[in-house]
Design a protein around this ligand. Structure first.
Ligand SMILES: [Zn+2]
Ligand SMILES: [Zn+2]
Length: 193
């Protein structure tokens, strides 16, 4: 038991001494005397004799008062720790709720973008349809103009052929009188071609 009897420094109390403080522990200097006091100045566990000899003018308190004080301080710190755990738990719940809000907001924004995309496609499709319409009208006009040109060319060709056929018939089969009578008209007709 002697190794427990030395005057201990409070700062170096080891965990294994918990609960043993209430046992009767004797002073190293004065083996007959039980440790009953704590010298506040020296932060040392002492006996009554130590107090009168070496710590006379030092502030001291009983071991049970000192232990009660330590317990009180530890309890305060434990309570603070419990409060902190509760606060963190609350914060974690809030962070989880925030997760849901973040996801919902993201989905909403993405859906809005998708709606915008569809709206833009609709507008573009309408514009392209209008432009196609205009183009088709332009080419329809060109086709009609070209058809009219071809019709006129055909008519000219037919007129020219008819005039040539008439002229050849008169020249080949007509009498000199016929040729003289119709000649200037035919020349006129051929000239127009
Ligand atoms: Zn002593
Ligand atoms: Zn002292």
């Amino acid at each position: 038991m002697s190794r427990h009897h030395k005057v201990s420094d409070l700062g170096t109390l080891e965990p294994e001494m918990k609960g043993k403080i209430r046992q009767r522990i004797f002073c190293d200097q004065h083996p007959e005397d039980e440790i009953r006091l704590v010298c506040k100045n020296c932060k040392a566990l002492i006996c009554v004799l130590c107090k009168t000899i070496m710590h006379e003018n030092h502030a001291s308190e009983t071991v049970s008062d000192a232990a009660a004080e330590v317990k009180k301080n530890i309890q305060i710190k434990m309570n603070r720790c419990s409060d902190k755990v509760r606060r963190i738990t609350d914060s974690e719940r809030e962070a989880d709720a925030l997760d849901k809000k973040i996801n919902d907001a993201e989905m909403k924004e993405i859906k809005a973008l998708e709606d915008q995309r569809l709206q833009l496609i609709k507008v573009i499709d309408q514009e392209v349809a209008k432009m196609k319409d205009k183009l088709q009208n332009v080419y329809k006009d060109l086709r009609q103009q070209n058809a009219a040109l071809k019709r006129r060319m055909k008519e000219e060709q037919e007129k020219c052929s008819t005039a040539t056929d008439n002229a050849r018939q008169i020249i080949d089969q007509g009498t000199d009188i016929d040729i003289i009578k119709k000649g200037s008209d035919l020349e006129q007709l051929l000239l127009q071609q």
